[in-house]
Structure formats: C-alpha cells, structure tokens
Design a binder for this molecule. Sequence first.
Ligand code: ATP
Ligand SMILES: Cc1cn([C@H]2C[C@H](O)[C@@H](COP(=O)(O)O)O2)c(=O)[nH]c1=O
Length: 220
Amino acid sequence: MELNLPPHGLPGLLLTVCGPDGCGKSTLEAGLLDRLASRGVTPQVLIQPSAWWREDPRVRSTMVAGPRSLDPLALALFALADRVDQQAHEVLPVLAAGGTILSNRYLLSLCAHFLTTREIDQALLTPLYRQLVAPDLMVVLDAPTPVLLDRVVRRDGPDPRRWDQQPEFVARNREAFLALARANGALVLDTTRPAPEVLDTVWDRVAPLLPPGAPPREGR
Ligand SMILES: Nc1ncnc2c1ncn2[C@@H]1O[C@H](COP(=O)(O)OP(=O)(O)OP(=O)(O)O)[C@@H](O)[C@H]1O
Ligand SMILES: Cc1cn([C@H]2C[C@H](O)[C@@H](COP(=O)(O)O)O2)c(=O)[nH]c1=O
C-alpha cells in the first residue's frame, strides 16, 4: 500500500520511528536525542497517538477488547483526527520555523493496525491519509514475533487481552509494517541487533539531513 504523502516543503526536518509494540522505538528515540544534542539540535519529541486518543476510555476498552469497544471505522477516524490535529498544532509550526521533529509512531502505525485487523476498507481512508505530510526519514523497526511478545510481557506484565500480547495479531502486525515499509521507502532495521548498532545505522541517515553548521559529534 503506497501512501504517496505530499512533501511538507518546509525548512524543518520530520523524523519518524514506527514498528510493532516492543520493537525498540523508545530505545532508538533516546539514542537519537543524545546524538542530536551533540549536534546542537533539540527536536520536538512527539508521541502518536497523542494523549487525546490514548486516554479516551473507549479507546482503552477497545485495546483490550473490553465492553463498549469502538466501531473500527470510528477508531480509525478518531486516530486520523488525532494525527491531523497534531500535525496542525505541533508538527507544521515547528517545521515552518526550521525545527526538527522526532515522532515516536506516525501514520504507518495507523495503517499497520488496520491492515492487521482487516476491519476497514483502506481505500476509504487513503485519500484522507494524504492530509498528512511525508516524513524526511521513515524508520521501521522490526524483530521476530516471539521477541516482540517477550519484550512486551517482560516490560508490562502478562495481559492476554491486549492486542500486542496476542501472537497472531503481533505476527500479522509485523508483516503489515514490513509491507508498508517496502512500499513507502522506509529504512527497516532488525532490533535483535544491539541497540548501539541500530542507532549508528539510523544516525548515518539522519546526520546528512541536519542543517549545515551544526557542530560534528565528538569522536565520530
Ligand atoms: N536493539 C535492541 N536490542 C535489544 N533489545 C532492545 C533493542 N531495542 C529495544 N530493546 C529492548 O526491547 C524492549 C522494548 O523496547 P522499547 O520500549 O524501546 O520498545 P517500543 O517500540 O518503544 O515499545 P512500545 O511501542 O510498546 O512502547 C526494551 O526492554 C528494550 O531494552
Ligand atoms: C489505531 C491505532 C493503533 N495504534 C496502536 C499501536 C499500539 O498498540 C497502541 C499505542 O499505544 P502504546 O502505548 O504506544 O503501545 O495503539 C497506533 O499506534 N495508532 C493507531 O492509529
């Protein structure tokens, strides 16, 4: 599924990190923050979905297949509304001012979720997805399904009702991310490789995108 998102055309930089739960997004984000700081860049860090979506009681219930789960199309439209609003208020103003954004999850996470559940007709939403701008760098992190499951259970404790703890869901979600990454030119990295190696590979793609004049990181 090719998204064909429009370029933002603004002086700033939009970096996004996506992938299934437990793939290592937050770990990479922490490393990137450190590297960016060493080049004098303090990015605006965004988490998608935002608290507006995440803390909604019906969304929370939906995530554990609880009572009054949201209709899938309603869930998708709410997730998209969240992204569109975040773009208007938190992404575009920063890019327009020449700033850098580091987004933990982006549109690919929304698409991957519904490619996984197969609950909605993606063709319905594709034109709306194009309201969102293309990142300057899209990273998709991956790991084998048993590794992802193990990381999430170790971190959060077992809760078999959660979609990110169901082996079939996680396996399909992973495939959805990989297919989207292939179709949309994302940099895919296997996080069974040590975290510093993953960071080095991503940094090699980020560093040339930074504005000239930023001081090089010592020792590199
Ligand atoms: N490259 C890596 N090698 C080994 N372990 C890793 C790597 N990256 C992350 N991990 C480990 O995997 C676990 C999950 O990582 P992290 O919280 O960064 O994932 P996440 O994608 O942000 O998860 P979620 O989306 O569920 O919040 C952590 O215990 C972390 O230490
Ligand atoms: C619809 C939709 C779902 N997700 C998923 C991916 C994660 O399982 C959760 C986000 O919560 P977490 O605390 O970061 O695990 O929701 C998504 O990210 N985006 C979506 O649009």
